[in-house]
Design a protein around this ligand. Structure first.
Ligand SMILES: [Zn+2]
Length: 146
């Protein structure tokens, strides 16, 4: 578990949402989601560093950059926001980020035959995606404390 108490992390999510007028909907049995227009996120209760990371990621879909860019870039932007604003970011959270972005890469690759295939970011077309993806190797340490 995170070094920071989970109560502090849970409160952090509520504080951000209150400060930015974001409604939190309890989504215990659903996948997490964000609705930027309605400033609403649906998340599971924050009980682990994993659910904390996902909650921050969903907020990142509202407050983060690149949200009107292609899907995978928007996903990376939401994770970047999560990592930048987390009170603590540990290996589990970094691996959640990787897994999530990897699954979106697979999603995009499987749809390349479509009429309008999803954009697959390459290091030259969308370096920002890969900077988020490989950030830990380039600049990071396994645990970041702020
Ligand atoms: Zn997302």
């Amino acid at each position: 578990m995170a070094r920071t108490s989970i109560d502090v992390l849970r409160q952090h999510i509520y504080d951000i949402c209150e400060g930015h007028d974001i409604t939190v909907v309890d989504g215990s049995s659903y996948n997490a989601r964000a609705w930027k227009k309605n400033r609403e996120i649906r998340i599971r209760p924050v009980k682990t560093s994993n659910t904390y990371a996902v909650a921050l990621h969903e907020i990142g879909h509202i407050l983060g950059k690149w949200q009107s860019k292609p899907r995978l870039i928007a996903e990376a932007g939401a994770w970047l926001w999560a990592r930048q604003h987390a009170l603590e970011w540990n290996d589990q959270m970094e691996s959640k980020l990787r897994k999530s972005l990897t699954s979106y890469l697979k999603w995009a690759r499987l749809r390349q035959h479509r009429k309008r295939p999803p954009v697959i970011p390459t290091p030259t077309s969308h370096p920002q995606f890969w900077q988020v993806f490989y950030w830990n190797e380039w600049w990071g340490k396994s645990v970041i404390k702020r």
